[in-house]
Design a protein around this ligand. Structure first.
Ligand code: PLP
Length: 390
């Protein structure tokens, strides 16, 4: 069906009403009306720009799409109800039954779960490689009809980075699309499309919305790929609610400020944690000790607001440290104005048991810290006092 173009809030709302709202109005409707059949036919033929039904589009969500499209330098963007919805709809739309994908080891657990358990029902296989294993990617491209490569960069929770131009150079001759989940980087720190990705994905729940109050997903990039995903999205129906779209738009107004602050705080914390005797290891792409520091330095303008580190102690010593923190909230998620702390073993992998966690490389002493906008010195003072509890 025809997609709206031009002014994301069409004339009748913004102008004919005589109201020139500074903020984007929430168009809280499930459907759209037409004056007569001639207008409806004009809409169907693309001569009249409007919307038809809420599952196919909404002016407030379209305004989000236009903003993310511009931030990522994309041809088009599709927002949806959550990051997972963006990922699953994209995979269902772009990989044919019996197809194959390549993905990386250290990615969000639910994405890996979808790839490992649901895609096989359609005969879709996956090769899972270490983020730095370009040889593994080349071998998979030789061995299978690969539709796409999909990885986070940086990954969650070890903040590994993939070499996007090198991956593109391997994938493009085989017709395999490169899809990068840039949630942790944000479009402020990394423009994955300019690096060679065909699509960039965001859990907009995180930095884009930025206030820990809304779930949202976004996919931006090549117009033909976004159109294919949009057609699937119109069927599956994981639409973003107009009110969520408003919150996402409001959040994005301060994206640059929040990300700059989080970048600076994370860099300070990472450097100090690395020197601390009660910290065994810090995972932050801005540190020269990080295995992918050179890739991150080449690809990113800032190293992000997430710091993962391993406390020098066991599961329970680490839990004592987390419990002794007073400033961050203990919660999953990341990228909001409030600092959040979590022990991935307990928040995300508790049901998996020690053997499976060991197989996945999730260490019990690992802590994931999402820097909010609080003063860096306040956060550091809190972490330092809590480390005394280890
Ligand atoms: N991608 C990454 C890197 C994530 O961390 C998450 C969630 O934590 C997702 C995607 C899924 O996003 P959502 O929670 O908005 O569905």
């Amino acid at each position: 069906m025809p997609q709206p173009s031009g002014d994301p809030i069409p004339g009748p709302l913004a102008c004919a009403s005589g109201i020139h709202s500074l903020t984007t109005p929430i168009v809280q409707t499930a459907t759209y009306t037409f004056r007569d059949t001639a207008e409806l036919i004009a809409y169907q033929e693309g001569r009249f720009g409007s919307y038809e039904y809420g599952r196919y589009g909404n002016p407030t969500t379209r305004a989000c799409e236009e903003k993310i499209r511009a931030l990522e330098g994309a041809e088009d963007c599709l927002v949806s109800a959550s990051g997972m919805n963006s990922a699953t709809t994209m995979l269902l739309a772009l990989v044919p039954a019996g197809g194959h994908i390549v993905t990386t080891t250290d990615c969000y657990r639910r994405t890996r779960q979808f790839i490992a358990t649901l895609l096989p029902k359609m005969g879709i296989g996956a090769t899972v490689i270490d983020p730095s294993d370009l040889g593994g990617l080349a071998a998979a491209l030789d061995a299978h009809p690969v539709s796409l490569f999909f990885s986070e960069s940086p990954t969650n929770p070890y903040l590994r980075c993939v070499d996007v131009p090198a991956i593109k150079a391997l994938c493009a001759p085989r017709g395999a699309a490169v899809v990068i989940d840039s949630t942790i980087a944000t479009p402020i720190n990394q423009r994955a499309l300019a690096l060679g990705a065909d699509l960039v994905l965001h859990s907009a729940t995180k930095y884009l919305a930025g206030h820990n109050d809304v779930l949202a997903g976004a996919l931006a990039g090549r117009g033909d790929l976004v159109a294919a995903v949009r057609a699937m999205h119109n069927v599956l129906g994981g639409v973003m609610d107009p009110h969520a779209a408003y919150l996402l738009l409001r959040g994005m107004k301060t994206l640059d400020l929040r990300v700059a602050r989080a970048n600076a705080t994370a860099a300070t914390l990472a450097a100090r944690l690395e020197e601390h005797p009660r910290v065994a290891r810090v995972h932050y792409p801005g540190l020269t000790s990080h295995p992918d520091h050179a890739i991150a330095a080449a690809q990113m303008d800032g190293f992000g607001g997430m710091v993962s580190f391993e406390v020098a102690g066991d599961l329970w010593a680490t839990a004592r440290f987390v419990d002794a923190c007073r400033l961050p909230y203990i919660a999953p998620s990341m990228g909001g104005v409030e600092s959040l702390i979590e022990q991935p073993t307990i928040v995300s992998y508790w049901d998996q048991g020690p053997e499976e966690r060991a197989r996945l490389g999730i260490r019990d002493s690992l802590v994931r810290f999402s820097c909010g906008v609080e003063a860096a010195e306040d956060i550091w003072a809190d972490l330092a006092q809590a480390l005394e509890a280890v």
